[in-house]
Design a binder for this molecule. Structure first.
Ligand code: C3B
Length: 820
């Protein structure tokens, strides 16, 4: 076995190879003669994990010894993507390990393809959490990520005659995931259900405490977050729910064998599967169980660390801050209060002042259907003591509101944690704003809307609490790792420090007009397009022309993201190519990838429609190959890594005011794609950085959207007065795209015309078409396009998640970097 190494440069090839072969034999019962690629990948990853586990334990010890202040990032989702390739980059061992494996007869690139994506998140929110952990470790700001160890990640998607099919995602495989390590010494116990007991303590005071009706175990699994070439490794701690004993002994002895196992069955289901909703909450009991289980384990672990290092409970906020990633972990606030009050016997005021300086909350959405509320009766049943504490928090808060706005019941109703109605609901966002010391939105525009539209009274009540931290993406995974050819070109021009200092890319702007650099840059783009085209040919049997514009929309399927606006534009091109002899266009490949929540019927219909249009268009010889449409199945991080470097155009076309930030927009621009987008989310800041000439902005502004909706939006008016729009939408009638199945796509048209078009697709259509024509023109000028693409890469350094994390550190968390 290889010894634990702590220094990046000391790579002992022979020892590493021995470790791989040892794992092959001992962990996977294979010899080099019997091992498949998958065995080699597993054994190699285990050998690497041995190195990172050593560094993880040492980093933990150092941070504890030095009493370092840390952030605890609580998130129900961490969409980490494959770890092995990225970890090789972070360890600085990519080349060496490639060589060591080659000597064992194995090709590293092939082995990396054996890893299944850990899809422990839905979309942007979960992926952001993963980028943030990467940036915390890269800059050595002490951190622990806390999440859930789902047995099944986000469902796997396939298409059956164009319709989305879902299958369970057993991401760990039968052999287990090679990067995770079980830490039984960190396991926790978590209560559920039961009642509140009133008792008299030794001093004669009346006290309250929770007597849970059931208890489950939380097992701790750690994944290593490896700092970029700095030897620091932080834990991503994922909790797995298990029943404490296989069965209830009393029941078992009574002979009721099945009932005896009920607890185990119920406990086992808590972390069974990730809820597949993005920007939409369902209010299911099991989901609240997941949330509480996650918070209870995480808060207990934070307190364990704090107390084990010898600190007083009253000093918690000096050493720890807890970031709530959206409202999903809100129940951590009453949970910490409960522990401080009922287990540490602190006074309400003292406990509240600790809580109030520990928690901070990130808001990721303004969509009403995504703002969580939980029914009071559900909480009363599952977490009776927590509900009491929530009531007390609210009671005291109402006094504050009364002091600020005496006698104003309307503002009280609006700000109260409890929403009145036939079913009283607990508003989690309100609890977060009241219970924490900072609240942030995720892009400048979004944070302004949080203040102006969502929480104006909170902003008046707590001046300065509502802030902005613009999102970012890690340049290690989203440029260095996924686009090695462009990375090598950048290295040549500006040196190799940029992956840790992305602002340095700005010096590439000096070469934007350099013909030779333009040529090299576009040659890389072309090679990346070929790589994607090969993937599509191999996996989908569709041939793509790499001279065509690769136009990419990759993100969750959601009406507000408007994949159907893109679709109607494609229909308009199809119509013009067939009916307007004067119409000409640059060949274009429209590439989609997206999963729809299984219960979201219209989203699934949009996928079906795009697939059906693709079938027809791709095989219509009259189009002379000018138009291709590809819907790549099972979108996931590892697919994004192939698609993003190949994109010429990045579709960021949400209805203004609906997309809080977006982060795919940043990844695509960083890889030299030009954005066609609305003035929404981080698009606004991307435009500020790259300049108006290097982005294609269209559509209604936030306030125009609001005004149009308020004054009575009538989509049919646009339909009647725009013949191209009318012709395009009418293509959805009949069986042009669904032979033998007339009107199979008519539902989308119906939603836009009779359904009121809630996301203003028709209102933005004409301007979108114009923006697309500008793109078509711009692409004809090869040098001009190259210049724009280069400037996109050069000028988006701001969107490194390293910068986002520094913003959090300086304005919210107040951490100091700790070097290994
Ligand atoms: C997303 C938002 O929809 C994106 O605009 C944003 O970039 C990311 O979060 C990260 O901040 N989001 C999500 O993926 N899931 C939610 N439930 C809410 C927001």
């Amino acid at each position: 076995m290889m010894q634990t190494q702590t220094k990046v440069p000391t790579f002992d090839k022979a020892a590493f190879q021995a470790s791989v072969e040892q794992h092959l034999l001992v962990t996977y019962a294979q010899t080099p003669a019997t091992a498949t690629s998958r065995h080699w990948y597993l054994a190699m990853s285990r050998a690497l994990a041995d190195i990172s586990t050593g560094n993880l334990i040492e980093t933990e010890q150092q941070l504890s010894d030095q009493s370092c202040r840390s952030v605890n990032y609580l998130s129900l989702e961490f969409l980490i993507g494959r770890l092995t390739g990225n970890n090789l980059i972070s360890l600085g061992l990519y080349e060496q390990v490639s060589g060591a494996m080659a000597a064992l007869g194995q090709n590293l690139t092939d082995l990396l393809e054996e890893e299944r994506d850990p899809a422990l998140g839905n979309g942007g929110l979960g992926r952001l959490a993963a980028c943030f952990m990467d940036s915390l470790a890269a800059q050595e700001f002490p951190a622990v990520g806390y999440g859930l160890h789902y047995e099944y990640g986000l469902f796997r998607q396939s298409f059956d005659h164009g319709r989305q099919m879902e299958a369970p995602d057993a991401w760990r495989g039968q052999e287990g995931y090679p990067w995770e390590v079980l830490r039984p010494e960190l396991n926790q116990k978590v209560g559920l259900y039961g009642h509140v007991e009133v008792y008299t303590d030794d001093a004669g005071a009346e006290r309250r405490r929770w007597v849970p009706g059931m208890q489950v175990d939380g097992n701790a699994w750690d994944l290593p977050i490896i700092g970029y070439q700095n030897n620091s490794v932080y834990p991503l701690r994922l909790w797995e729910c298990r029943a404490p004993a296989p069965f209830d002994l009393a029941l078992f002895n009574d002979g009721d064998y099945i009932a005896a196992q009920q607890a185990a069955i119920q406990a086992g289901s808590v972390t069974k599967v990730l809820y597949p909703n993005d920007n939409h909450e369902q209010g299911k009991t099991l989901r609240l169980m997941q949330q509480y289980f996650h918070c209870a384990c995480s808060v207990a672990d934070i307190l364990r660390r704090h107390l084990a290092a010898g600190h007083a409970i009253e000093d918690l906020a000096k050493l720890e801050t807890i970031q709530l990633n959206d409202t999903h972990p809100t129940i951590a606030i009453p949970e910490l209060m409960r522990i401080l009050l009922d287990e540490h016997f602190m006074s309400w005021d003292d406990a509240w002042s600790v809580c109030n300086s520990v928690f901070a909350y990130t808001n990721h959405t303004l969509l009403p259907e995504a703002l969580e509320t939980w029914s009071e009766s559900l909480i009363a049943n599952l977490l009776p003591r927590h509900l009491e504490i929530i009531f007390e928090i609210n009671h005291r808060f109402m006094d504050l509101v009364e002091a600020k706005w005496p006698g104003n019941d309307e503002v009280k109703r609006k700000l109260s944690v409890i929403q009145e109605g036939n079913q009283r609901m607990v508003r989690m966002a309100n609890l977060c704003v009241i219970g924490g010391y900072a609240v942030n939105g995720v892009a400048a525009l979004h944070s302004e809307l949080v203040k102006r539209d969502l929480f104006p009274e909170f902003d008046a009540l707590y001046p300065g609490k509502l802030q902005n931290v613009t999102n970012g993406v890690t340049p290690r995974r989203w440029l260095k790792f996924c686009n090695p050819a462009l990375s090598a070109l950048i290295d040549e021009k500006i040196g190799t420090d940029w992956p840790a200092k992305l602002e340095q890319l700005s010096s590439l702007a000096d070469f934007a007009d350099d013909a030779e650099f333009q040529h090299a840059f576009m040659a890389v783009k072309k090679a990346n397009k070929q790589r994607l085209a090969d993937w599509v040919a191999d996996n989908m049997g569709i041939t793509l022309n790499t001279d065509a514009i690769f136009d990419v929309q990759i993100k969750r399927l959601h009406e507000y993201k408007r994949q159907h606006l893109n679709l109607v534009h494609i229909l308009s091109l199809y119509h013009r190519l067939l009916n307007d002899p004067k119409f000409d266009m640059q060949p274009r490949v429209f590439i989609f990838a997206a999963k729809a929540a299984p219960g979201y019927a219209l989203a699934k219909d949009i996928i079906f429609a795009i697939n059906k249009v693709a079938d027809k268009v791709n095989n219509d010889s009259r189009l002379a190959g000018k138009l291709k449409v590809v819907f790549i199945p099972d979108y996931r991080v590892s697919l994004a890594e192939i698609i993003i470097p190949a994109a010429d155009v990045s579709e960021q076309i949400s209805t203004a005011g609906k997309e809080a930030s977006g982060t795919g927009n940043m990844k695509l621009a960083l890889n030299g794609a030009l954005t066609v987008g609305t003035m929404d989310g981080a698009n606004v800041e991307i435009r500020e950085e790259v300049g108006d000439d290097n982005i294609f902005i269209f559509g209604l502004l936030v306030d125009e959207v609001m005004e149009l909706v308020q004054t009575g939006y009538q989509p049919t008016r646009y339909y009647e007065s725009d013949s191209l729009l009318k012709a395009s939408l009418d293509l959805l009638l009949g069986d042009t795209f669904t032979p033998g199945e007339p009107d199979a796509l008519a539902g989308i048209r119906h939603n836009l015309l009779e359904g009121g078009d809630p996301y203003l697709v028709l209102a933005d259509f004409a301007d979108y078409v114009t923006a697309q024509e500008r793109i078509d023109h711009a692409y004809r000028d090869k040098a001009g396009w190259a210049r724009k693409a280069i400037l996109n890469t050069a000028l988006v350094g701001k969107f490194s998640s390293d910068r986002s994390i520094r913003d959090y550190v300086e304005n919210i968390w107040q951490l100091k970097a700790v070097k290994r």
